[in-house]
Design a protein around this ligand. Structure first.
Ligand code: APR
Length: 229
């Protein structure tokens, strides 16, 4: 039986919490090259530079606070009588800190550490150092549990199941430029699911409805409408 709401979020959800987006004029990809900090090859070539980049982002995320949009999505999930699937491209934990549950981080999370040798996962330290030993196998190949360019996003089976059981797809604060997330809107339309974009400015992708404005304003307003107040 259909009836859930599938919400895909991107960096725009956390922008007003002070976390940089990627492709804006002041975006992360303006002063860091993806090939230097966000690929498996970069981690082999210069692991210290990669660890510095994610240590910096982990420290900024720790200082950030959830904004009204994070809180509104957590409220929707708690109060709605239908399943609300929170799928995010973001690696911060602001949705969790706003009270959201079972957030699906398809690009991994700054809070996670991963052993590149045995695949073990554990909570990341505030600052990860090159050569940190894996608590399971002892290998000195600890990396951020982040999905880098060229790697397979996480939880795709769960994500596809969630979309198939939803009757509304909402994209919040994402430019829709990175696949597979960029293809979820088209998948939703192919499934006959209504689509809505909540973004500071329209991303240019096709939606049945678009509402422009800062997430901290448009998301709580939309959630209040869905919950009837
Ligand atoms: N409120 C709502 N939306 C906003 C706000 C805001 N305050 N500020 C920016 N935005 C929107 C922008 O209009 C843009 O559509 O957020 C989006 C940010 O786009 P990107 O920087 O491309 O971020 P994102 O879509 O999350 O990128 C996807 O690309 O680099 C990879 O892995 C990285 O997960 C990331 C993926």
């Amino acid at each position: 039986m259909r009836g859930g709401i599938f919400i895909l979020s991107g960096a725009g959800l956390s922008a007003e919490s002070g976390l940089r987006t990627f492709r804006a004029a002041d975006g992360l990809w303006e002063d860091h090259r993806v090939e230097d900090v966000a690929t498996p090859e970069a981690f082999v070539r210069d692991p210290a530079q990669v660890q510095r980049f994610y240590n910096m982002r982990r420290a900024q995320a720790a200082l950030a606070e959830p904004n009204a949009a994070h809180r509104a999505l957590a409220r929707l999930q708690a109060e709605h009588d239908r399943p609300v699937h929170l799928v995010t491209q973001n690696v911060d934990d602001l949705l969790e800190r706003a009270g959201a549950r079972e957030v699906i981080h398809m690009h991994g999370a700054l809070a996670g550490a991963l052993c590149a040798a045995c695949g073990s996962r554990w909570p990341a330290p505030a600052a990860m150092a090159v050569g940190d030993p894996c608590p399971s196998c002892g290998a000195a190949r600890t990396r951020p549990d982040i999905v880098w360019f060229g790697e397979i996003p996480y939880h795709m089976d769960r994500i596809e199941e969630a979309l198939e059981e939803s009757d509304l797809f909402v994209a919040v604060g994402t430019s829709g430029t990175v696949y597979p997330a960029a293809g979820f809107g088209r998948m939703a339309r192919a499934l006959g699911i209504r689509t809505l974009e909540l973004n500071l400015e329209a991303s240019g992708a096709r939606f049945d409805e678009q509402r422009e404005g800062p997430a901290s304003a448009v998301v709580p307003a939309w959630v209040a409408e869905v919950l009837g107040g």
